[in-house]
Design a protein around this ligand. Structure first.
Ligand code: PSU
Ligand code: MN
Length: 311
């Protein structure tokens, strides 16, 4: 049944069948998160980073009416060139796109879903969606959080951008039962910056310790995902005051021209980009690679522990 809708690349399938580590990667960041050709260079570099760290990359998307886990260079290039003409696709959009034979760039939520259907446990991205500032009246809460509540995939990210309300995002994740782990930090990172003023639930020091927690969570059949927050390397971090100013301006503009629904996150990301010059793009690229490396290390530890558990 599943194979009617899902294509897992031969390389990814072989790795999964042999119990070797695989890391899922999303495609909204390619189509909507960065301009061409940086988006393509970044997607290829991130995949290479996963490989260098000893895991198999599985870029996920919807292409021509099929869920895909594991894309070739030509397919990544197709998404990168298509940019925003490939629709940003969350859980709610999947059945429609498949029914129409269409293509979609997968967000954190839909990439988690595709990864889970394929049997992939680890996923690396830049930042997750969350509770938006002003959500008390807009009710704008990313579907990423709901997916984390129900789909057993661990997401390595650099926290979330402070275009969101990070305090409410943590509250919401607590309600949904999603652990937020800080990798070698007590503090939730805020994407471009290593600090946010908010604490994570637990600080973890090694990939092995994170992998052990994942085995226990899923071994106990506690549903849902885990957020692994990995701060941007200090040398690439940006100035918090400068970023906050850009965020305030981008939010004010979004309010003024009434951007709503799924358009708001790409709008804010693009404006931040313009307002901070190329600097934020460079930081974005470096933090994604940093997350890809950590996700690969955790995936390796997870596979090794699985192998040991089986006599
Ligand atoms: N945050 C980022 N970069 C991104 C996204 C979020 O810093 O590229 C993307 C991810 O694909 C995420 C999605 O899943 O935006 C969340 O969108 P929304 O807020 O509409 O749920
Ligand atoms: Mn939203």
């Amino acid at each position: 049944m599943l194979q009617n809708y899902l294509t897992v690349s031969p390389e990814v399938r072989a790795a999964l069948e042999a119990g070797r580590p695989v890391v899922a990667l999303e495609s909204t960041i390619i189509a909507h998160g960065m301009p061409y050709p940086k988006n393509m260079e970044t997607a290829l570099r991130v995949a290479q980073t996963v490989r260098s760290a000893g895991a198999v990359p599985a870029t996920c998307a919807i292409l021509d009416g099929r869920l895909r886990a594991g894309l070739g260079t030509d397919e990544i290039e197709r998404i990168a060139r298509a940019g925003a003409t490939i629709p940003k696709t969350s859980r709610r959009d999947i059945a429609y796109l498949l029914s129409q034979g269409l293509s979609g760039a997968t967000t954190v939520a839909s990439t988690m879903l595709v990864a889970h259907l394929a049997g992939i446990r680890l996923f690396a991205t830049g930042g997750i969606g969350g509770v938006h500032r002003g959500a008390a009246t807009s009710m704008d809460i990313s579907a990423d959080l709901q997916e984390l509540a129900q789909t057993p995939v661990a997401v390595v990210c650099a926290g979330a951008k402070s275009i969101l309300d990070l305090g409410l995002t943590l509250e919401y994740l607590e309600t949904l039962g999603v652990p937020v782990l800080g990798y070698q930090t007590h503090e939730l990172p805020a994407f471009y910056t290593r600090k946010s003023g908010f604490s994570v639930d637990y600080r973890m020091e090694t990939p092995e310790a994170v992998a052990r927690l994942l085995h226990i969570k899923w071994g106990l059949d506690l549903r849902g995902g885990v957020v692994i927050a990995n701060p941007i390397p200090a040398e690439y971090a940006l100035d918090a005051a400068v970023m906050e100013k850009a965020i305030s301006q981008a939010l004010a503009e979004a309010e003024q021209i009434q951007v709503k629904g799924k358009a708001i996150t790409p709008f804010l990301l693009a404006r931040m980009e313009q307002l901070t010059g190329g600097e934020s793009l460079e930081a974005n690229i470096e933090l994604v690679c940093n997350n890809a490396r950590l996700a690969a290390e955790i995936a390796r530890a997870y596979s090794a522990q699985t192998a040991h558990a089986q006599p």
